[in-house]
Design a protein around this ligand. Structure first.
Ligand code: SF4
Length: 574
C-alpha cells in the first residue's frame, strides 16, 4: 500500500505502452504484432522499463499520460495528489485514499492498423501484444482490492465504447478526443465521489488549456504541432484542430525530458514540414529549420528524431529538407551502412489517383492529387538525396478499392524500388474516430491475390534493402541459422501451407529466396520461382511490359536480387 494510504490520483498505462523499446519508436511497431508470436518472457524483456524513482513514479511515461498529469497539476491538484507509475508499482501507490485511476492507451484491444494487420497476417490471430498487455494491466489485483473508479483516455479509448467491453475491463468512464479541457472536470468529479458519465466526448481545448509536460515522456517526446488539416477520411489526426506550438513551449518540454534523464528528443507532429506554415500547405523553411536548430542546440540533446511528415512540401522546398539534414548532422537516431540518416514516417497509402480523389483529396496539396504517383516519386528522390530514409505506410482494402487500384499501388511500389524506404503495408481499419467509421474493415479472409501480392512486393523491397543489417548477427553463428531454419520450416509446413495455401506461398518463397542460400530450404515446398503470379497481373505484364521499369541508378541493390525470382525478370525488360 502507498504511503499514508495511497495517492489520490494514480495514472498508468500497460507495460507495452510504458516501454522505451530501446529508444526506437519504429521497433515499437512490434507491440502491434501478435502476443502469441513471442513467449511472455521474451515480450517482457522487450518491455524493460527504466528503474522507478524513489517514490515509485515512472521516470518516463507515454506523452499523452504526461499531458494529463500536467493538466491536473495546472488545475488544482497537488504534486502529492497525482502520481504516474509503471504497472509494476501500482500496488505501492494505491491505497484506501486513492480516489481515481486514470489509464491511457493507444490501442487497448489491439485494433489499430498495425495490430490488426499483423496479427491477422502472421495467421496466429488472437490479440496483439498491446491488447494482451492492456488486459493484463486491468487484472491488477490492486484495482480489484480498492474498487477505485477508473477512467480511460488516449487515442485508442474509442475501442472500449461498447458498454459490455467497458464493464468487462472495469472502466467507469471513457474520454474521447483532446482532453486537456475536459479531463480536470472528470477527475474532480471522481475525487468527489460523484457518478461519472460512461462516455465523454472531450471539448476542444484552447491553446492556453494545453500545458507543458512536467516530467519525461517516452522517447523524449515533445509535441510541436497537433492535427493535420489534409482531411484523409481513414485517419483520426485529421479530426483534430490544426495548431502549432511556439518554440519556447517546445523547448520547455525538451528540458523536462532532459531533466528526467533523456538524451533523445522525438518531435511529435502529423507533419513536420508544415510546422509554422503561414500559407495553407506551403512550408515555412525558416520556422522549421529554426525549430531543429533550437532543439539540437539544447545541451544534453544527443539524438533528434521526427515522427511524421507529408511528401508535397519536400518538393516545394528541397532546400528545407537538406538544411534539416545538415542541422541534425550526427544526432540522427538511425544509421544506414554506417552513415547517419534521417528517418520519418510518411503516408503514401495507395498508387491510385482515383482512390486518392475519393478518400484523400487533400493529401497532395498544394498539388493536384491526380498526379499522386509522380508526386511520391519526386518527393522520394529529394528525400533520399538529402539522406532521408522514410518509413512508408500503404493501406489496402479502402472502401471502393478495385483490382485496378491495387495494380496501380503495385506499380508505385515497383517504381519506388530504387529508393531507400521501409514499407509498412496495412489493412484498412474503420477507426471509430475517422470519417470512414461505418465502413467495413479488411481482414485476412477477404484479401485478394493481388492484395497478397502487394504485401509480397513490399516485404520483398524491405528485405532487399535491409536484409544485410538484419541478418548481420544471425550469419555469424551456425546455431542461429539452424534455429531459424527450424522455426521457419515449422511455421511454413505446419501453419502457412495449411492455413493460407497458395496465396501465401509466394510470400514465403520470395522471402526465402531473398534471405539467401540458408533459407532456400523452403523453396522445394512450393513453386521454384515462388508460385504462380495472379492471373490479372500476368495479363497486365503482357499488355504493358514497361509497367515494371528497370530503374537506373539502382546499382547499390545487390545484383543477384534482380534475378531472385521469376517476376523480377520483368523489371529487366524495357
Ligand atoms: S496526411 Fe496523414 S495525418 Fe494528415 S489526414 Fe492524411 S493520413 Fe492523416
Amino acid at each position: 500500500m502507498g504511503n499514508n494510504g495511497g495517492r489520490k490520483v494514480v495514472l498508468t498505462a500497460s507495460i507495452a505502452e510504458m516501454a522505451g523499446w530501446d529508444a526506437d519508436p519504429f521497433i515499437a511497431f512490434a507491440g502491434g504484432f501478435p502476443g502469441r508470436l513471442f513467449p511472455k518472457f521474451l515480450l517482457r524483456s522487450l518491455y524493460q522499463p527504466d528503474p522507478p524513482n524513489a517514490d515509485h513514479s515512472a521516470p518516463f511515461a507515454p506523452y499523452g499520460l504526461r499531458k494529463i498529469e500536467a493538466t491536473l497539476l495546472e488545475n488544482g491538484f497537488d504534486d502529492e495528489d497525482v502520481i504516474t507509475v509503471h504497472p509494476s508499482r501500482i500496488k505501492h501507490v494505491m491505497g484506501p485514499k486513492t480516489k481515481v485511476v486514470g489509464v491511457s492507451s493507444m490501442d487497448p484491444l489491439g485494433m489499430a492498423y498495425v495490430s490488426l494487420t499483423y496479427t491477422s497476417l502472421t495467421g496466429l490471430g488472437g490479440t496483439a501484444a498491446t491488447g494482451l498487455e492492456f488486459w493484463r494491466l486491468m487484472q491488477n489485483p490492486a484495482f480489484r482490492k480498492y474498487q477505485t473508479p477508473r477512467i480511460l483516455g488516449g487515442a485508442g479509448s474509442w475501442q472500449l465504447q461498447n458498454p459490455k467491453l467497458r464493464q468487462q475491463y472495469g472502466f467507469d468512464c471513457i474520454v474521447m478526443g483532446e482532453s486537456e479541457r475536459t479531463a480536470p472536470k472528470i477527475f474532480e468529479k471522481a475525487v468527489r465521489g460523484e457518478k461519472l458519465p460512461p462516455i465523454v466526448t472531450a471539448e476542444r481545448p484552447a491553446d492556453e488549456d494545453i500545458p507543458i509536460i512536467r516530467n519525461g515522456a517516452i522517447y523524449g517526446a515533445v509535441e510541436i504541432s497537433r492535427g493535420c488539416g489534409r482531411g484523409c477520411q481513414f485517419c483520426s489526426p485529421t479530426m483534430k484542430f490544426r495548431r502549432n506550438f511556439p518554440i519556447e513551449k517546445i523547448l520547455k518540454e525538451v528540458r523536462a525530458n532532459l531533466r528526467g534523464g533523456a538524451n533523445m528528443i522525438l518531435l511529435n507532429t502529423d507533419d513536420v514540414f508544415l510546422y509554422g506554415s503561414k500559407e495553407r500547405f506551403l512550408p515555412n523553411r525558416e520556422a522549421v529549420v529554426n525549430l531543429y536548430k533550437a532543439v539540437v542546440a539544447e545541451p544534453g540533446v544527443n539524438v533528434v528524431q521526427t515522427a511524421h511528415a507529408s511528401l508535397a512540401p519536400a518538393i516545394i522546398d528541397p532546400r528545407m529538407v537538406q538544411e534539416i539534414t545538415e542541422t541534425i548532422g550526427q544526432k540522427s537516431r538511425y544509421f544506414y551502412r554506417g552513415n547517419p540518416v534521417v528517418t520519418v514516417e510518411v503516408g503514401v497509402e495507395t498508387g491510385s489517383p482515383r482512390l486518392m480523389q475519393e478518400h484523400m483529396r487533400g493529401k497532395a496539396l498544394p498539388y493536384d492529387v491526380s498526379e499522386w504517383p509522380e508526386i511520391v516519386c519526386e518527393a522520394y528522390g529529394i528525400l533520399n538525396d538529402a539522406n532521408w530514409l522514410p518509413l512508408c505506410t500503404l493501406v489496402t482494402g479502402l472502401p471502393k478499392e478495385t483490382e485496378e487500384d491495387v495494380l496501380l499501388t503495385l506499380d508505385l511500389v515497383h517504381r519506388l524500388r530504387r529508393f531507400k524506404t521501409f514499407f509498412v503495408p496495412l489493412f484498412f481499419v474503420s477507426l471509430e474516430d475517422c470519417a470512414l467509421r461505418k465502413e467495413k474493415t479488411l481482414n485476412l479472409r477477404g484479401l485478394t491475390e493481388l492484395q497478397w501480392e502487394m504485401f509480397v512486393e513490399c516485404w520483398d523491397h524491405n528485405l532487399l534493402h535491409w536484409r544485410d543489417t538484419w541478418l548481420a548477427d544471425i550469419k555469424e553463428t551456425w546455431i542461429n541459422r539452424q534455429l531459424i531454419k527450424l522455426i521457419g520450416g515449422f511455421l511454413y509446413l505446419a501453419y502457412y501451407r495449411y492455413k493460407h495455401g497458395g496465396k501465401s506461398k509466394r510470400m514465403l518463397t520470395r522471402i526465402a529466396g531473398i534471405l539467401g542460400k540458408d533459407y532456400r530450404f523452403m523453396l522445394p515446398f512450393s513453386h521454384p520461382f515462388g508460385g504462380e503470379l495472379p492471373k490479372v497481373l500476368t495479363q497486365r505484364h503482357q499488355q504493358r511490359i514497361s509497367l515494371l521499369p528497370v530503374i537506373p541508378g539502382s546499382e547499390d541493390v545487390p545484383r543477384e536480387m534482380h534475378y531472385a525470382n521469376y517476376e523480377a525478370q520483368y523489371r529487366l525488360r524495357t
